[in-house]
Design a protein around this ligand. Structure first.
Ligand code: CDP
Ligand code: CDP
Length: 207
């Protein structure tokens, strides 16, 4: 069977960076499942629908590859829209088979919130990447704004935005964010991206 590596964790922990690097190193396809929820949220807004209230299942079922390749999916408005549509069971159901089909032929490194718990519960390697909310807020700022200064006020705002999204992701009824019982947890507060990759490769090698 093709190798599947599940990478889960809270917002801005470095899931995508790790998943992409692992996939490149191991010659596997990479799927960032957050983009699916982001694309649904964005399309709903464009259609005049409210992701917090309206049913997004039809939009999710009709997603096209081009919807995922947009550069405007990683903006604060879409962070919120994605986290709202992600609470809808029908949206999650509409995206489930698409995620499984992605890895059918060649396997893959798949990152998100429920990959090791729901999408690929039998994945032979499951990683749960995490860090403190403050570290993650600093990372997201640097990712979006490079070396631009970050005021205390802005750091507090960013940290509370991230904490609130994690709270919502972890407390929803369907597929909440949680570390699978058989996942290896990687605390990355004191590790850079290269060190996280090195650690993850050892875990993959040991399985
Ligand atoms: O990059 P970041 O961690 O900020 O977010 P993301 O991975 O792009 O995911 C955006 C939102 O989509 C998350 O806050 C979740 O609400 C939702 N999501 C989910 O519910 N399940 C997934 N497998 C992936 C994302
Ligand atoms: O996918 P997720 O939202 O979990 O995070 P990401 O977009 O992969 O990473 C957020 C930022 O943290 C990126 O700019 C990474 O370069 C940086 N970073 C990291 O991924 N891992 C570390 N150990 C340190 C920083």
């Amino acid at each position: 069977m093709a190798l599947i590596i599940a990478v889960d964790g809270p917002a801005a922990a470095g899931k995508g960076t790790l998943a992409k690097a692992l996939a490149a190193k191991l010659g596997l396809p990479h799927l960032d499942t957050g983009l699916l929820y982001r694309a649904v949220g964005r399309k709903m807004i464009l259609c005049g629908l409210d992701p917090a209230v309206d049913d997004g299942a039809a939009v999710a079922a009709a997603l096209e590859p081009g919807d995922l390749q947009r550069t405007d999916l990683r903006v604060p408005e879409i962070d919120q829209a994605a986290s709202n549509v992600a609470t809808q069971p029908a949206v999650r159901a509409a995206l489930l088979q698409r995620q499984r089909d992605f890895a059918k032929a060649l396997g893959g490194v798949i990152d998100g919130r429920d990959i090791g718990t729901v999408v690929f519960p039998d994945a032979p390697v499951k990683l749960f990447v995490t860090a403190s909310a403050r570290t993650r807020a600093l990372r997201r700022h640097a990712q979006l704004h490079g070396d631009a200064p970050l005021s205390d006020e802005e750091l507090v705002r960013l940290t509370s935005e991230i904490t609130e999204r994690d709270r919502k992701d972890a407390s929803r009824a369907v597929s909440p964010l949680r570390c699978a019982d058989d996942a290896v947890r990687i605390d990355t507060d004191c590790l850079n991206s290269a060190e996280v990759l090195e650690h993850a490769l050892k875990i993959v090698g040991a399985r």
